[in-house]
Design a protein around this ligand. Structure first.
Ligand code: ADP
Ligand code: MG
Length: 336
């Protein structure tokens, strides 16, 4: 798109550095790093919602354009804040209770939330920081192990899971994507497809419209600048329940690179740079398969044998079980 990029991150295995015009390796909040970032950038964005909030706030207070800003990140960093927001906006969500720590659970009736999943309030991803619990005893043990603030969420009888991406610009232009269907394994996204294939199509179609309306409502409420992915559960009674959100390009929309008129990465840049928004609508059916460390022989050549498959490797230095190493998108052309 003609922009130069600076990538700012602490020391580590940072694949994005390979693509950057300016590489800034500093601890979060390191004054010299912050000054370089401020000098180099017209617009600052985050591709990870857990960048420390005080850094974002400092950049904002020094007049930087940071999109999405601290208001969005503050909520997206905290599972309980996300669920509280949903309740305030009348968005149906899971039955969830906040538990500040291992102490003080005596006397509380958790029966509405069991069997459930205990989740750390912060820093969970790909099913990490989650403990399935069926009894009070298991809950007590899991809380001790987690040893941080958590939420307990009633387990949903899942029919399927769906997600949607909304983009908004600072001058209030909004564009909502098509809805994709997600299949998880062990709490990690395994496959995404469009169009969806599970459930009654008429009922699902009306849930898609609901999900798209909710996405727009949340974007307006948050005064979002950038893109935001919302994940939903669909239970076996066709109830749509908000699960969580991420204010950045999301794994479930990686198929948009090949299959959409405007892909989510371009849409994000369009939104944060204040350009006209594209359409995150799919022109070709697709399925996206994640390549997870440990579960593949890590011979990535197989996907390339199919002319309709596109391989993406993230360039992470080391493969570990459960780590997302790349993905393959297969476009499903009618004549294939
Ligand atoms: P993260 O994606 O941050 O690891 P999620 O809350 O999205 O955390 O959980 C990961 C996956 O675990 C979900 O996509 C879903 O498949 C499963 N899961 C999480 N919470 C529940 C729940 N309350 N009921 C049923 N399945 C759940
Ligand atoms: Mg999730």
């Amino acid at each position: 798109m003609g922009y130069h990029t600076a990538v700012y991150a602490p020391e580590g295995d940072i694949p994005a550095m390979e693509m950057a015009t300016h590489r800034m390796t500093y601890d979060w909040n390191e004054p010299a790093g912050v000054i370089r970032l401020l000098q180099a950038c017209d617009v600052i964005t985050t591709e990870w919602e857990n960048v420390p909030l005080d850094l974002i706030k400092e950049l904002e207070s020094r007049g930087s354009i940071v999109r999405p800003g601290s208001r969005v990140l503050e909520i997206a960093q905290n599972r309980f804040a996300e669920k509280t927001m949903a309740k305030e906006l009348d968005i149906p969500t899971t039955q969830t209770i906040f538990i500040p720590g291992a102490h003080g659970v005596a006397g509380i009736d958790f029966s509405d939330y069991l069997p459930g999943i205990l989740k750390t309030v912060r820093n969970g991803y790909d099913g990490k920081g989650q403990y399935p619990v069926a009894t009070i005893q298991e809950l007590t043990n899991a809380l001790k192990e987690a040893n941080v603030a958590c939420v307990l969420e009633k387990r949903v009888a899942l029919l399927t899971e769906i997600s949607v991406v909304v983009a908004r610009t600072s001058d209030n232009r909004v564009s909502v994507s098509d809805v994709v269907e997600n299949a998880h394994q062990d709490g990690i996204l395994d496959m995404t497809y469009w169009p969806i294939k599970t459930g009654d199509m008429m009922l699902m179609r009306s849930l898609h419209e609901k999900a798209r309306e909710i996405a727009e409502k949340v974007a307006m409420y948050l005064e979002l600048e950038g893109i935001l992915c919302l994940e939903f559960f669909v239970d076996d009674n066709y109830n749509l329940l908000f699960n969580e959100m991420a204010p950045r390009p999301h794994n479930s929309f990686h198929g948009s690179i090949e299959a959409a008129r405007t892909c989510q990465f371009e849409q994000h840049i369009r939104a944060v740079c204040g350009l006209s928004l594209g359409k995150l609508r799919f022109h070709t059916p697709f399925m996206m398969q994640n390549l997870i460390g440990g579960s593949w022989k890590e011979d990535w050549s197989a996907p390339l044998l199919s002319s309709s498959a596109r391989l993406h490797l993230y360039g992470k230095a080391e493969s570990r079980p459960g780590r997302k190493m790349g993905h393959v998108t297969c476009l499903i052309h009618p004549d294939n």
